[in-house]
Design a protein around this ligand. Structure first.
Ligand code: AHR
Length: 633
């Protein structure tokens, strides 16, 4: 393998390689968003979904938060042997760990007479049917007839995966309760309305250049009413209205009747997360077309002369992210705790739209955004593709509208990834840049997240890297999945309520993002490019230099069944330059069909070894079915 060090090519964009967060598979509520109470505001269609009530509990709808008006009234059960209260089932259980601290909070008031009451809050293990075990308990006095927020901390005496949160009327004439909430005290960066630390850390550990959010199809909604409306996701959490998650229904007619969006993880939290993990934020907004819905007579298309509220959403979002604190939306950002701007540079309009109705609408957004915010880069969509290998339908339209980037999606089998490493070699260098916004190898025989799929992705990604002049963004998809509540496979990170696991695809993304370098270097094998239609006998490779660390980085995917002996040669180095150090990071598996699971999370992990560096020609052997990153200093 010969790397031409004196002929650096395109700059690798800082936005490479990123994350696509979609609120699917319980990725937000029940996942990254650390809230442990389901239906905390009693706004699900049946107000007590997720709750069991006992004694005298009634639901009322004149509460203190006008967009979440429901709350519960607890009154005495009327007999010394009875009690009044509620128990919450959480998301697939309320999980807690021995010795850790949990923050409980509730909005409450006494009856009109102002007589004090007490509530008892418990973390329980209902597993043994006979007697529920109480693992932590606190009493709170409700002392005001005005609505007020009360807090308590709970430290369980045992770890329980499928626990419950119980709230009893302990003494007094009764009380009203609203927005019942429970978070681990130890959230990511310690934020109050925070994120699950292990999951957010996994995102940070990738060193992503980009965070696309909040979808995917949820941006568009199953219908226009249920599209993601970012303005509902900001401001005090108690008053963010509930939305039906688009993944309430799946394509295969599976049904998740309790899948709603609390919007507790909203646009402020997404922007803050992007900032904290060092990624450029890329919000996606609705273009005025519902998800994969072609029948305009069903009210799924906003008429082009009625798009103003949608366009205002886009303009106001830019103001929310970047505007001065004196502006309407900039002020809200400041009030939420972030007076400095988020430095938003990109905005995507539309997800997987197709047909002329998409550019017909997009053009109005483009004009309004260009007029007001000429520096913001606009990401358009190429529409979905049946075969995955032809996306030429909307590209001419995106070029005409001068979209800065075009978002392509491909969920395809192994052959697609093996034959598409040169996909971007022929893309128009004068048109919009490419955003490979959703891609993942769907293995034949319904294999998901197995090592072989990750290897195919690694091979394909050499082509993303080599074409850095035209491919400016790339995000694997989707990101998260709860093992008990997924709608879509494969996914990059799986989790249950206590554990999380990085897949082999996660490690491929992490290696690309960590070693993305700054400029592409030409690379040949025996004088030929190593990225033809099917690699060279199963070998795929690319090379970059990292100007900051002065490291040369060569990535090689050996998709074949045999080990390959290679010599890494670096032509064109200055005479004075001698490598002093080198190491290899490899990813392989004992079985190509193996995957990492919550029970066995470390079956496939990268392993590091030193290279024998003696001069600037380095012999290496890459094992069969292996992805390797060689780093020379
Ligand atoms: O990631 C799952 C879905 O796949 C996304 O919502 C959509 O954009 C694509 O069809």
């Amino acid at each position: 393998l010969t790397v031409r060090t004196d002929k650096p090519g395109a700059e690798v964009q800082p936005t490479m390689y990123g994350l696509f967060f979609e609120d699917i598979n319980y990725a937000a509520d029940g996942g990254l968003y650390a809230e442990m109470v389901k239906n905390r505001s009693f706004e699900f269609p049946q107000s007590l979904m997720g709750w069991e009530s006992f004694g005298n509990v009634t639901v009322r709808d004149d509460g203190p938060f006008e967009r979440n008006p429901h709350y519960v009234r607890l009154t005495p059960a009327g007999h010394g042997h009875k009690s009044t209260g509620l128990s919450n089932e959480g998301f697939f259980g309320v999980a807690f760990r021995k010795g850790e601290t949990y923050r409980f909070s509730v909005w409450a008031r006494t009856p009109a007479d102002g007589k004090k009451s007490k509530i008892r809050v418990e973390l329980t293990d209902p597993a043994s049917m006979g007697e529920t075990q109480v693992m932590a308990s606190q009493t709170i006095e409700i002392d005001s007839k005005e609505w007020k927020r009360y807090t308590a901390t709970l430290t369980p005496s045992a770890t329980v995966a499928k626990g419950r949160l119980r709230v009893f009327l302990d003494s007094g004439n009764g009380c009203d309760l609203e927005h019942v909430s429970l978070f681990p005290a130890d959230t990511w960066k310690g934020h109050e309305n925070g994120l699950r630390k292990d999951l957010a850390q996994k995102l940070a550990d990738i060193h992503p250049g980009l965070l696309r959010f909040p979808g995917g199809c949820i941006v568009e909604g199953t219908d226009l009413q249920t599209r993601y409306q970012w303005k509902n996701s900001v401001g005090p959490v108690e008053n963010r209205p509930l939305n039906e998650n688009r993944w309430h229904y799946t394509f295969r007619h599976r049904f998740f009747p309790d899948y709603y969006q609390s919007y507790g993880l909203g646009f402020f939290e997404y922007f803050r997360l992007a900032e904290e993990i060092g990624a450029e934020p890329l919000p996606v907004l609705s273009v005025g077309l519902a998800c994969q819905y072609q029948n305009k007579d069903m009210g799924a298309h906003v008429p082009t002369d009625s798009l103003k509220p949608y366009i205002d959403d886009a303009l106001d979002l830019i103001e929310f992210a970047n505007g001065p604190v004196e502006s309407e939306w900039g002020k809200l950002r400041a009030d939420m705790g972030h007076p400095s701007p988020f430095n938003l540079k990109f905005i995507a309009i539309g997800n997987e739209q197709w047909g002329p109705e998409y550019p017909e609408r997009l053009q109005h957004f483009v004009k309004a955004i260009r007029d007001k915010y000429p520096d913001i880069k606009i990401v358009g969509s190429s529409g979905p593709s049946a075969s995955g290998d032809k996306f030429d339908y909307l590209w001419p339209e995106m070029k005409r509208l001068k979209a800065d980037l075009v978002d392509e999606h491909y969920y395809q089998p192994e052959e697609f990834f093996l034959t598409q490493a040169d996909r971007y070699d022929s893309y128009d260098r004068k048109g919009p840049k490419v955003f490979a916004g959703e891609y993942a190898c769907h293995g034949k025989g319904k294999k998901f997240n197995h090592f072989n799929a990750a290897l195919m992705e690694a091979a394909f990604m050499t082509g993303l890297e080599r074409n850095a002049d035209v491919v400016h963004m790339a995000t694997y998809a989707p990101l998260f999945a709860h093992v008990e509540g997924w709608q879509w496979r494969p996914d990059m990170i799986w989790f249950d309520n206590l554990n999380s696991v990085a897949t082999a695809s996660y490690y491929v993304q992490q290696l690309y993002a960590t070693y993305k370098g700054s400029r592409v270097l030409p690379l040949t094998l025996d004088g030929h490019p190593v990225a033809g239609k099917e690699g060279q006998n199963g070998l795929y490779a690319s090379a970059v230099i990292d100007d900051k660390t002065d490291e040369y980085i060569v990535k090689v995917a050996n998709t074949s069944g045999s080990p390959r002996e290679l010599t890494l040669k670096f032509d064109g180095l200055k005479k004075s330059r001698k490598f002093s150090d080198g190491h290899a990071i490899t990813l392989s598996a004992d079985d190509p069909d193996a995957d990492n699971t919550v029970d066995n999370p470390s079956r496939i992990v990268p392993s590091e070894s030193r290279l024998t560096v003696d001069g600037n020609t380095i012999p290496v052997t890459i094992p069969a079915k292996t992805f390797a990153v060689y780093i020379l200093k």
